[in-house]
Design a protein around this ligand. Structure first.
Ligand SMILES: O=C([O-])CC(=O)C(=O)O
Ligand SMILES: [Mg+2]
Length: 232
């Protein structure tokens, strides 16, 4: 039976592959594997709060962070123009990530915003806030991770402050260009400077776990599994 290997890479950026391949390959992994790689590197605060969960359990999301910052605000002037500018700036393979300053009453995402962002190649939305028109977002097969559903629109309650700036959701810092990856276990943020290196190491973890599962199925005791380099 083979021993478990660790794979260390010295590559520091993701110039080796396209953004699309990078995101597709992360999306084929699972967030727990990526989390373990980041923990080994001492990065313990890359996981978004567990209240931010997928609209459907089987939703998976991976793309390049397009950051948006906003807060509760009752003013209306130019709100729609500002939101339209943001939507037009969305790029291929982006994920629209909302730091809402902890909002708990408005939807920062909805049906028409989904339609507009899909046309710009956006791969999903992660909102530390809410979504509305949920059935119509679901029917577009667009992955959204958020805290709640509500019929409250943003207009007159909440507004965007800026976009493509550094943001913070609880203890997680997110910079434009970071990799955002979400599955049923929640959302994790991978700093862009190490994205390719993390991908390779997480792919190795996935392979290793196949070996570990074989050991368990073959009847090895947990102690025997650990002796061979396995883990749980
Ligand atoms: O204004 C909102 O909350 C978003 C919305 O309804 C939509 O995109 O359709
Ligand atoms: Mg709507």
């Amino acid at each position: 039976m083979s021993e478990i290997k660790t794979k260390k890479s010295t590559l520091l950026n993701n110039d080796k592959i396209s953004n699309k391949e990078l995101c597709d390959r992360f999306q084929n992994l699972f967030t727990a594997a990526v989390n373990d790689v980041l923990r080994e590197k001492g990065l313990l605060y890359q996981t978004l709060p567990p209240e931010i969960s997928p609209l459907k359990d089987n939703m998976r999301i991976c793309g390049i962070a397009f950051t948006v910052k906003g807060s509760k605000n009752l003013t209306l002037e130019n709100e729609m123009e500002q939101r339209a500018n943001m939507l037009e700036a969305l790029h291929e393979d982006s994920i629209c990530v909302w730091d809402t300053s902890g909002d708990d009453e408005s939807a920062q995402w909805g049906e028409v915003m989904t339609m507009a962002s899909v046309l710009r190649g956006c791969r999903g939305a992660v909102v530390d806030g809410g979504v509305r028109d949920t059935d119509k977002v679901l029917s577009q097969n667009f992955p959204v991770f958020c805290k709640y559903k509500t019929s409250n629109g943003m207009l007159g309650r909440f507004r965007l402050i800026d976009y493509q700036i550094p943001i913070q959701i609880k203890s997680v810092n997110i910079y434009p260009g970071d990799i955002i990856f979400g599955d049923i276990d929640g959302v994790i943020v991978i700093p862009k400077v190490m994205a390719y290196e993390v991908l390779l190491e997480a792919e190795q973890i996935k392979e290793n776990e196949e070996e570990i599962k074989k050991m368990v199925l073959d009847g090895l005791s947990p102690k025997e599994v650990v002796k061979r380099g396995g883990y749980f």
